[in-house]
Design a protein around this ligand. Structure first.
Ligand code: ADP
Length: 637
């Protein structure tokens, strides 16, 4: 029989899995039981909706069967089973989306993260076994197939006999080594504990034959002689149900341990890290539902890509009706994982109908409020945790502010954090406003690629000199979001590069205007020399020690220009640039002299100053060679 190869990526992941130093090997059981439960869910759902399977809820089960002699652990379910194609597709490929991007540079340390990215799943079987056999018969089919693999070399599939629908997985447990006691996975006591620890909430019985001992009943007719009294024991086998079968979300919050929530989350949503936040709520009234929501500790590897699909699992009275119901979550909370169980939803409801379902909309609205208030309370009570959350998902919140023309800004504005020039850490808008100085009219912000870059921008000088705090906007979306907000607490946002910073008194303004008037001709000359590159050359109000900077008139800033022009298929935009010269800097006097005596050199200087301003701004210059030549010319003069 031909050995089939795993897809290259799968093979790699499998290798990692087999050789991993993963300490939590025991979770393989959780994964396999969870798959079995999902498979039963699928068939049970069919039973309920089409009603012609002849099966009852009570017919379903999962069974564990350890065999110490053969060194096998067998896990059986009577769920939907798999066809030959499904065996091939589901077990021959990992990461179906094909969006694998292994970090090649720092492999060994990252093993667990790579595994974690894909969820451990079925392949975790190879952490404890050196050979895996899957025998499966799809419901409604009369063919069964056997899938077998000893790991990375490949797998085989052949027809076989199986009486009824469902899947049986036989694990050949690895031999013991000094560090690893694989034997324990053949031990009923260990298995019992693992089921309690990881899979207690599974809604179908997980059964196992457990060997027990009892006192042997003495035959009545035998007379016992004095001193010969001896108890005799006998062993017998009893089939036990190992799990309580109560879904976690149906329990009372105070009955559930933090560990149970964490294990549930990890098995259900394929994460290897505990969640950052658990939200368990139960609501009655106009909408009756139970929700169990989680915020991951870390953004999934594909979170900020098109591959990521938002949504919550949807249950109707304990029966899963949809794997990912997108309508339950707004885009800006798309990072939330979890489930909703409601008796108000019909089992047979279709995807299309759900979209218009009033009840579902009500639930979605409630959940949004709940998530928001939980985040606010995290922000208030555990700042460090919130900041970590924001590192992972803050970008999504900022997109949310920008989305739909600012429709959701009220919901989100108090959840935002920006780096503060004066506090040297992330701050909220509320905190900023509470610290505003007397006479300060605006919430100031400055944009750049990084905190270090913004810190150095000459444009920030005047605002800093006043002792005003500046928010540093370092993500592409930031300025778009802030512009969408327009105001917070009635205070307008103002870029440090905007025309009027609102810093000068009327007196100072007049003074400045006078100075511009006096130098009008020279400034105009410089503007002409720059040949359309700038809208204006002016004497700066914002520069204190630096000679030159750029500012913008109009609606588009230089940062926004950078971002918009980097987008594919977007018409190119350009900011209205204004070149600002510091009249208190020695360069100004030099320019005045040149205007009187050497206009050709002034032309060159105008171009040099403009290029310098671009470099400070972090904008790519058109002609670096020309710039370099000009500088050398000056150096050799
Ligand atoms: P995941 O469960 O995250 O999809 P797995 O690697 O654990 O990933 O499983 C891959 C797929 O194989 C499942 O999505 C399911 O379709 C199928 N599968 C696994 N175990 C079973 C089972 N016991 N019965 C039916 N199908 C199964």
């Amino acid at each position: 029989m031909a050995m089939k190869q795993f897809k290259a990526e799968s093979k790699r992941l499998l290798d990692l899995m087999i050789n991993s130093i993963y300490t939590h090997r025991e979770i393989f059981l959780r994964e396999l039981i969870s798959n079995a439960s999902d498979a039963i869910d699928k068939l049970y759902y069919k039973t309920l909706t089409s009603g012609d399977t002849g099966l009852n809820r009570a017919d379903f089960y999962i069974e564990l069967k350890p065999d110490k002699e053969k060194r096998t652990l067998t896990i059986t379910d009577n769920g939907c089973g798999m066809t030959k194609e499904e065996l091939e597709n589901n077990l021959g490929t990992i990461a179906k989306s094909g969006s694998l991007n292994f970090k090649k540079d720092n492999e060994p340390k990252e093993d667990i993260e790579i595994i974690g990215q894909f969820g451990v799943g079925f392949y975790s079987a190879f952490m404890v076994s050196d050979h895996v056999t899957v025998i499966s018969k799809a419901y409604g089919s009369d063919e069964a197939y056997r899938w077998e693999s000893s790991g990375a070399e490949g797998y085989t599939i052949e027809p076989c006999e199986k009486e009824s629908h469902g899947t049986t997985i036989i694990l050949n447990i690895k031999p013991d080594t000094e560090e690893n006691h694989f034997d324990e996975y053949l031990d009923t006591y260990t298995l019992k504990n693992l089921v309690r620890k990881y899979s207690d909430y599974i809604r179908y019985p997980i059964k196992m034959d457990v060997e027990k001992t009892r006192l042997k009943e003495k035959p009545k007719d035998v007379e016992e002689k004095e001193g010969e009294h001896k108890d005799e024991y006998e062993t017998y086998v009893e089939t036990e149900t190992l799990n309580s079968m109560v879904p976690l979300w149906r329990k009372n919050r105070n009955e559930v341990k933090a560990e149970e929530y964490n294990e549930f989350y990890k098995s259900k949503f394929n994460d290897y890290q505990d969640p950052a936040l658990v939200i368990h709520s139960s609501t009655e009234g106009t909408a009756t539902y139970k929700a169990l929501l989680f915020i991951p500790a870390r953004a999934p590897f594909n979170f900020y890509t098109r591959d990521y699909e938002k949504g919550l699992q949807l249950y109707s009275n304990g029966v899963m009706i949809m794997e990912k119901c997108a309508d339950l979550l707004p885009d800006y909370f798309s990072f939330v994982r979890g489930l909703v169980d409601s008796q108000d939803l019909s089992l047979n409801i279709s995807r299309e109908m759900l979209q218009h379902d009033r009840q579902l909309k009500l639930i979605a609205g409630r959940l949004e409020k709940k998530i928001k208030s939980e985040l606010e309370s995290m922000l208030e009570k555990d700042r460090e945790k919130y900041e970590n959350f924001f590192k992972n998902f803050g970008l999504q919140l900022k997109y949310g502010v920008y989305q739909d023309y600012g429709l959701h800004k009220e919901v989100l504005q108090d959840l935002l954090l920006f780096y503060s020039s004066s506090e040297k850490k992330m701050v909220t808008l509320k905190e900023y406003v509470s610290r505003m100085k007397e006479g300060q009219k605006f919430i100031y912000y400055a944009c750049g690629d990084s905190v270090e870059h913004v810190e150095q921008l000459p444009q920030t000088e005047a605002v800093k000199e006043k002792g005003y705090e500046i928010l540093y906007l370092t993500d592409d979306v930031d300025e778009f979001a802030v512009r969408m907000l327009m105001k917070y607490d009635d205070k307008e946002f103002k870029s440090v590069s905007a025309d009027d910073l609102g810093l000068e008194t009327e007196e100072e303004k007049k003074e400045a205007a006078k100075k511009v008037e006096e130098n009008k001709d020279m400034l105009n000359f410089m503007k002409e020399a720059l040949d359309g590159k700038v809208k204006q050359v002016i004497l700066s109000q914002r520069l204190k020690t630096h000679p030159v900077c750029l500012s913008t008139g109009g609606a588009i800033s230089i940062e926004m220009e950078k971002v918009l022009n980097a987008l594919p298929n977007q018409e190119k935009v350009s900011a209205e640039r204004v070149l600002e010269i510091n009249a208190n800097h020695p360069i100004f006097q030099k320019l005045c002299d040149l205007y009187q005596n050497d206009k050709d050199t002034l032309k060159q200087y105008a171009s040099l100053l403009y290029t310098q301003a671009l470099l400070i701004e972090g904008v790519k210059i058109d002609n670096p060679l020309e710039f370099s030549n000009q500088i050398c010319e000056l150096m050799t003069k």
